[in-house]
Design a binder for this molecule. Structure first.
Ligand code: SF4
Ligand code: SF4
Length: 586
């Protein structure tokens, strides 16, 4: 969607769109159509944009042209949904639009996650009207507000020679050498980029703003771009703070004023070593061996979905997506993740129960499995499961850092620690969920503790950190998930439940799990009824066939008994629904 605003008689475009990992709705200005006209044998009837290697009608993208007027400053911001980046950029547009005679344009692209997803803000400022209804292909300024993005996205793509790159990170120059992938370091060196860092997370935590780094990064943006004199920017920013937070009291005002001052003062210039120009590419997205993940999910998650040719998506022509693919995302968006204190834990499983992302789970392992586990797999004797060991496993890369688990723990056996400190335990999690064999539930699964020994068949969803809805949906999958069919209405649950390309509903070791489909608009009751009637029809058709086979008399006594048993019980599910209805329970 794109919304047009006109503030102070200056044309502005403020847009937002929901995409499926696509980077460019409009490919900018490409010369492919002109090149086609000039070709010896131009295509008569063609498409532009998506690579159509099935019909062969699409034109190849040739040279991308920068058609923005001279003097336009183009800025791109890579933010994390809910860190305030988009709001701050809207505020920057307003400050510049209201207080100068410059033209301003903003366009905001989001992925389909709830908060915690990626946001990319495209801002242009200039003294001549901006007529550029497409994303920024050539940027003067790029800011990366989340440290993990340097290994996930091509964040410097299109950053102009001599442009400015600001990275929010805690790294000093030696650590940057290690943490930045080779291709990024090489780009900075080859294109003579002015490189700056700022530890906005540390500043925000010190001030008491938690994860809200927006004001700090916005102040840095004004300082580094010089679009308006920094003293004026500070004055306007503080005015905007008063306008937005004035009713929240002096303490909140002071915290945000401090964010502006410290954002400007804490920027560090990094001298890019000449040797970085020789840095080698690093493998950022190692192959998983799962073809769908490697060829479709990974490019879409890298914001490269528009580059997928149609032939790759032919398998999805019927609209189906494989389940369980959210497990491959490993987003690493948490700032703090829980550390399990084995000596304090009383094995109540409440932490696993409340986790919205199924990122903390009780594991029951044999002595042998513990002995073969990677370093850090500490376990204690399981209460109520003789002969087994108990460990509360945490996935640092799937945790969203909400702290629900630590809050609920009755004995404070979970301590929130910086993500980096817990990363060595990712291997422990991988072993716990992939290599430790699933055990029969030693408890009553209809209890809090017992339910958590069942595998959650909803995991690592695109829900906000601390979501109050997904723990219940997850619990339903633990109780009934291997036989569930879900007719999802459109709303929050359809977004976290199918943040394409990743699917958080998954399967157990027997290959059983929920099937899920989404009906647009609020008609999922009828939609679900249709699914129910469809299943009923299929079942009755099968019953007719079984009756015919039995009547034929050519089956063994054992198979005949099994068939008769199935016929006698085939309506159990329907009978249950009717019973629940008669008791007014559904
Ligand atoms: S911090 Fe939140 S997401 Fe992470 S394990 Fe705890 S409850 Fe789950
Ligand atoms: S809530 Fe605390 S005591 Fe209970 S299982 Fe989790 S870590 Fe252990």
């Amino acid at each position: 969607m794109t919304f047009y605003y006109d503030i102070a008689n200056k044309p502005m475009i403020i847009g937002g769109r929901y995409g499926l990992g696509s980077k460019e709705l409009y490919p900018g200005r490409s010369s492919c159509c002109v090149d086609n006209l000039a070709a010896a044998e131009p295509k008569n009837g063609f498409t532009v944009g998506i690579i159509d290697d099935v019909t062969g009608h699409s034109l190849p993208t040739t040279k991308t042209l920068d058609t923005t007027p001279k003097g336009t400053t183009s800025c791109k911001f890579w933010g994390l949904g809910s860190d305030g980046t988009v709001g701050a950029n809207k505020s920057a547009i307003k400050i510049i639009g209201d207080n100068t005679d410059m033209y301003a344009q903003g366009y905001f692209a989001y992925d389909s996650k709830k908060s915690g997803g990626i946001t990319i803000s495209h801002l242009r400022f200039g003294h001549t009207p901006i007529r550029a209804p497409y994303l920024i292909n050539f940027a003067d300024y790029v800011a990366v507000h989340n440290t993990s993005y340097v290994r996930k996205y091509d964040v410097t793509a299109g950053l102009k020679d001599g442009g400015t790159f600001l990275l929010n990170c805690p790294w000093d120059e030696k650590e940057l050498e290690k943490e930045l992938p080779g291709q990024l370091r090489r780009y900075l060196a080859e294109h003579k980029i002015n490189f700056y860092t700022l530890d906005a997370v540390k500043i925000a935590e010190g001030i008491g703003l938690g994860g809200r780094i927006n004001m700090i990064m916005q102040a840095a943006f004004f300082k580094l771009t010089g679009i308006i004199p920094v003293e004026d920017a500070v004055k306007y920013l503080k005015g905007a703070i008063e306008h937005s937070y004035g009713k929240k009291g002096q303490k909140v005002l002071d915290m945000n004023y401090a964010a502006v001052d410290q954002g400007i003062g804490a920027i560090k210039k990094v001298e890019v070593p000449a040797a970085w120009a020789q840095a080698k590419d690093e493998e950022l997205h190692p192959k998983t061996g799962n073809q769908w993940v490697d060829e479709i999910l990974t490019p879409m998650n890298m914001q490269e979905g528009d580059k997928l040719p149609i032939s790759k998506l032919m398998g999805q022509a019927d609209g189906t997506f494989p389940s369980g693919t959210a497990a491959y995302e490993k987003r690493g968006i948490a700032i703090d993740v829980p550390e399990w204190q084995i000596s304090k834990c009383i094995q109540c499983n409440q932490c696993a129960m409340v986790c919205p992302h199924a990122a903390i789970r009780p594991i029951l392992a044999t002595e042998d499995e513990v002995a073969k586990a990677p370093k850090g797999f500490e376990a204690k004797d399981a209460t109520g499961a003789k002969g087994l060991k108990f460990r509360m496993a945490v996935s640092p890369l799937d945790c969203s850092g909400c702290g629900n688990c630590a809050d609920i723990c009755p004995v404070k056996a979970l301590e929130m620690k910086k993500l980096e400190t817990q990363m060595p335990l990712q291997e422990v999690w991988d072993y716990a969920v992939n290599k430790v064999t699933p055990k029969d539930n030693p408890m009553n699964k209809n209890t809090v503790k017992g339910s958590q020994f069942e595998q959650p068949l909803l995991e690592f969803s695109g829900a906000c950190a601390g979501c109050g809805e997904t723990p219940y949906a997850k619990l339903v999958t633990q109780l009934f998930g291997d036989r569930m069919m879900i007719a999802n209405a459109t709303g929050c649950s359809s977004i976290w439940g199918a943040s394409a390309p990743a699917m958080p509903y998954t399967k157990n070791h027997k290959g059983h799990g929920p099937s899920w489909a989404n009906s647009l608009f609020e008609d999922n009751a009828e939609y679900g009824l249709g699914m129910f009637l469809g299943v009923e029809q299929s079942r009755e058709r099968l019953a007719d066939k079984i009756k015919a086979v039995i009547a034929d008399g050519k089956v063994s006594a054992e198979l005949k008994a099994a068939m008769e048993d199935w016929l006698a019980n085939m309506l159990m599910a329907k009978a249950l629904v009717l019973a629940l209805k008669s008791w007014k329970l559904c």
